[in-house]
Design a protein around this ligand. Structure first.
Ligand SMILES: Cc1cc2nc3c(=O)[nH]c(=O)nc-3n(C[C@H](O)[C@H](O)[C@H](O)COP(=O)(O)O)c2cc1C
Length: 407
């Protein structure tokens, strides 16, 4: 692999753009060491606070959503910040930085008052931490105490708190982790920019209620027959995270680190195209281990090579000019569904989907073969999503002449 995957983000050099998100995989010093041994570019230590901040966990704290055989499409958690306070971490941070000088160690922090935010930053910087990430975004447990997403849902509180943290940081960059549970995330990102903080992380978990147990009528995860709203993560939230990144990148002048739903290197490429400079992962690592970094690196390097690009930065924001407002999209562009008869297994699914969900443009014959009527088909794009063998494609179509144009 000849390609250099390093990237500078907020003035700090990362050996690759992959960062472990603040979460269980970074909750212990030896876990961070194993992650760095595996090759992660950076690691954000699970959110810590001052010793006096109470952390009272409940179990079980996680429940997953499986869909069509795909395990863990999404994961909901009602975890809180770490049980390990800043005092426990300080000596370990100094040691880890000596052992792994080239990998980037970031501390995630949360506090309930100005003195604590500033005290945390000063002590962590003195211990040798490379960067600070502030969680303004946890959707459960913390908002009740005026912390977490209570801050990230309010532009004034965001600007004020981010300014406190930035004031206290002497030389290290400050990232503010935003919540997607807002009407317009760009207003909050703009508040971060105004505060002088260096970057935003978009975005934390999506607030959700993962489901009910039909026997007990308790929501999951069941804590003695009861539960609460939690934070949803994993592949299901990637479109939401990607939208947050693109919206911020298009509107606010601030570096972005992306998080939410990354599962493989393709997701990383998409986050970079949407304007992120680094990408974080939690659920994928929890499910598949630190070792996924090898595939993430290799896939990205091969992709860059195939596009004849020499570095990761060449991808950053490159998809943004193609993200438009709805009214700007071409009304001349016409496509039609095309069924490859050699691959079709005559399962009927496209016929039913088009009949009851779209324009009744797919005909079915006695031998169960199917054919698209190009005069009825509008090219809505639904049938290719339904076909179990991927034999339907959308192809450009000349409306006036009524002739299909080959791709
Ligand atoms: C069990 C669990 C605990 C988490 N704890 C924290 C935390 O302490 N601080 C934080 O900022 N985010 C926390 N997160 C959120 C993750 O850092 C990440 O933003 C989220 O899971 C979305 O990324 P993913 O889809 O790659 O998992 C936690 C997530 C999970 C699943």
């Amino acid at each position: 692999m000849g390609i250099d995957l390093s990237i500078e983000y907020c003035g700090v050099k990362f050996p690759n753009p992959y960062i472990l998100a603040a979460a269980p995989p970074t909750d212990k010093p030896d876990m961070v060491r194993r992650a760095f041994d595996a090759g992660w570019g950076g690691a954000i230590i699970k959110t810590m606070s001052v010793k006096e901040e109470p952390v009272s966990l409940v179990y079980p704290m996680m429940h997953g959503l499986s869909y069509r055989g795909q395990r863990l499409m999404g994961l909901e958690n009602i975890d809180l910040i770490s049980e390990h306070c800043v005092d426990e971490w300080l000596p370990e941070i100094t040691k880890i930085k000596k052992e792994y000088p080239d990998q980037v160690l970031i501390a995630s922090i949360m506090a309930s008052k100005k003195e604590d935010w500033q005290d945390l930053v000063r002590r962590l910087e003195d211990a040798g931490i490379d960067m600070i990430e502030c969680s303004f975004s946890c959707p459960h447990g913390m908002p009740e105490r005026g912390m977490g997403s209570t801050i990230g849902q309010n532009a004034e509180l965001t600007e004020r708190t981010a300014r406190w943290v930035k004031e206290a940081a002497k030389n290290i960059p400050v990232i503010i982790k935003l919540t997607p549970n807002v009407t317009d995330i760009t207003i909050i990102a703009e508040a971060v920019r105004k505060s002088g903080a260096d970057s935003v992380c978009a975005a934390n978990t999506v607030k959700g209620l993962i489901g009910f147990n039909l026997d007990t009528w308790s929501p999951y995860p069941e804590v003695n027959g009861k539960s609460t709203y939690g934070g949803y993560s994993g592949p299901a939230i990637k479109p939401i995270a990607l939208k947050c990144v693109a919206e911020i990148a298009k509107k606010v002048e601030i570096p972005i680190t992306a998080v939410g739903g990354l599962w493989d290197w393709r997701d990383a490429v998409e986050f970079l195209l949407a304007g992120a400079e680094t990408v974080q992962s939690c659920t994928a690592v929890m499910a598949m281990g630190y070792r996924i970094i090898d595939d993430l690196n290799e896939g990205l390097a091969n992709y860059l090579e195939s596009k004849e690009l020499s570095c990761v930065r060449d991808l950053v924001g490159k998809g943004l000019e193609n993200v438009m407002r709805h009214e700007e999209l071409s009304r001349e562009w016409q496509v039609r569904a095309f069924i490859d008869q050699d691959l079709c297994i005559k399962c009927d699914l496209c016929y039913i989907a088009c009949r009851d969900g779209s324009h009744q443009a797919i005909e079915r014959f006695d031998d169960r073969s199917v054919k698209v009527d190009p005069d009825k088909c509008v090219g809505c794009g639904f049938c290719p999503q339904i076909c179990p063998v991927n034999c339907i494609t959308l192809q450009p179509y000349e409306v006036e002449s009524g002739e299909e144009v080959s791709l």
